[in-house]
Write a protein of this length. Sequence first.
Length: 83
Amino acid sequence: MASRTSRNSSKSTERAADRFDPHPRHSPDAYARPAFRVNGSAQQKHAQWLTRAVETERSGDAVEAELCRQHAEHWFRVSRGQD
């Protein structure tokens, strides 16, 4: 009977492992971000990313806001020729 119990528990472990997706970004709902494209010069992109950072921070998404600030910093450096 003990072997039967261990066999059942290993099956449930296998099923859980089968359901585990090591790459959740490939599933349709995971990490869904709205399509957002910033166009214009480096200075315009810098300003647009800063605006988006403020908007996302107001909506309560601090992580996305930080990502936007990092993009803004990148475009700031590009506009200054430092990248």
